[in-house]
Design a protein around this ligand. Structure first.
Ligand code: LLP
Length: 428
């Protein structure tokens, strides 16, 4: 449930007309609804109220510090995957003791920053990383807590690019090896504290089954580790709960929670969750203006001012995003069209063969479910300026990221000085 709705056929973000926002702030424009963000957090968090738990919003889904701050105020912790995300979390007012650090390639420098900040734990993904973490903590004269991300070899039944819990994926450590690493760390890596166990099997999951399968395996592992004298206090279930883009019926948070709670009953752990998409996906839209339309013998094209640099998901994964007119009900004919951006690539599309109301130059379209992995995956490709982001709160709005300027575009770029010619000595 979100707070984007039509009033008299005009699309509103909470109490503000999307057309007005687009006219005042330009397009392409990312619009987020603060009320939706808060609601999504509350629904997710309260689904687990009966058990000890910590929701760590996965910053990669939407890392604007205003969005992160909204979740700080709701009492969220955070899942980070880089020094940059740690920086954002701290800027947004996050409490370090509720931060978990995931990812296969943390650098020693990133580890050092996170240890100094005093984060809750590192989700470690290889034996080498574990030794590196111990060394960094030792150099700082501190202890670092860790969980090993175990690869449960479970098929999450989602897009292959965002499946992470299969043996062939680069993520996590297999069960037997993970046990050895915990024992090795206990006996040899004196700067580390084994605090938890972690598993994240993929993103945009639309069934509870794969989560349950992964939990069954992790649960057994927790018991084995405890027998080895390794006290597992946290079980990090990861993120991955899906949303509806096109008729998918992912489990609602309470259904997901029931299954997780049932599966972990009696285990005596604090559960950690790393939701991203389910909190922010449907709390954001991308508004774009139609530039031109064009008919070819094969296709109708609607050329808009948002490209794959603004929203990469359709081009990269073939993802579906609903597209709605900002002003509807004008009685235009329904056509089948490709909605494409200005970028010089055939993969630059927002929708293909989409049945939609005919649009003309100047019309505004709302690309739905763009709050997750929208702006965060945007780029300057084709030297296009990154869009603005705005947060709506009731009838107020706040520009939370200014549209980039041409000066932003070349910031940090330097032209080397012209090479001065070396004069050759005259002979004789
Ligand atoms: N935790 C870890 C360790 C992750 O790798 C991810 C996402 C999450 C949590 C959050 O997952 P979520 O709840 O959002 O599914 N760019 C892709 C999604 C990539 C997901 C990467 N990892 C997309 O646009 O669909």
């Amino acid at each position: 449930m979100d707070y984007f709705s039509y009033r008299k056929n005009k699309l509103y973000a909470e109490g503000l007309s999307v057309e007005r926002l687009a006219d005042e702030l330009g397009t392409p424009l990312y619009i987020y609804s603060e009320r939706t963000l808060k609601r999504h957090f509350k629904v997710f968090d309260s689904a687990f109220k009966k058990v000890p738990h910590l929701v760590c919003y996965s910053i990669k889904a939407n890392s604007n510090i205003a969005v992160v701050n909204t979740f700080v105020n709701e009492g969220s912790g955070f899942d980070i995957v880089s020094g940059g995300e740690l920086y954002r979390a701290m800027k947004a007012g996050a409490h370090p003791s509720s931060i978990v650090f995931s990812g296969v390639g943390k650098t020693a420098e990133e580890m050092g920053c996170a240890i100094r900040e005093g984060i809750l734990l590192f989700n470690v993904e290889s034996g080498e990383e574990l030794r590196q973490l111990d060394a960094v903590a030792g150099r700082l004269g501190k202890k670092a807590s860790f969980a090993i991300r175990v690869n449960p070899d479970v098929d999450p039944k989602t897009h292959p690019y965002i499946s992470t819990g299969l043996k062939k994926n680069k993520f996590g450590i297999a069960r037997e090896e993970a046990i050895k690493e915990y024992v090795y760390a206990k006996n040899n890596l004196t700067n580390l504290i084994p605090l938890g166990i972690d598993t994240h099997i993929g993103s945009q999951l639309t069934q509870v089954g794969p989560f349950v399968d992964a939990l069954k395996k992790t649960k057994r592992l927790v018991r084995t580790l405890r027998k080895e004298g390794i006290d597992i206090k946290y079980l990090d279930v990861g993120g991955g709960l899906g949303i509806t883009y096109e008729g998918e019926k992912p489990p609602a948070p309470d259904k997901y929670a029931k299954a997780v709670i049932r599966e972990t009953a009696g285990l005596d752990v604090t559960l950690i969750f790393e939701p991203g998409r389910v909190l922010v996906g449907n709390a954001g839209i991308l508004v774009t203006r139609v530039l031109y339309t064009k008919k070819t013998p094969q296709k109708n094209f609607i050329i808009v001012d948002a490209g794959m640099n603004d929203l990469l998901r359709p081009g990269l994964y073939g993802s579906y995003h609903a597209i709605e007119p900002v002003q509807r009900g004008r009685g235009g004919a329904v056509i089948t069209a490709d909605v494409v951006g200005p970028i010089c690539e055939t993969g630059d599309f927002i929708a293909r063969d989409r049945e939609m109301e005919e649009a003309v130059g100047g019309d505004l379209l709302a690309v739905k479910s763009a709050g997750a992995y929208g702006y965060t995956m945007s780029s300057n490709y084709n030297s296009r300026l990154r869009a603005a982001e705005v947060m709506v709160r009731g009838r107020e709005y706040f520009v939370i990221k200014k549209r980039e300027s041409y000066a932003d575009l070349v910031r940090g770029e330097v032209i080397p000085p012209v090479k001065t010619a070396v004069k050759s000595k005259k002979r004789g």
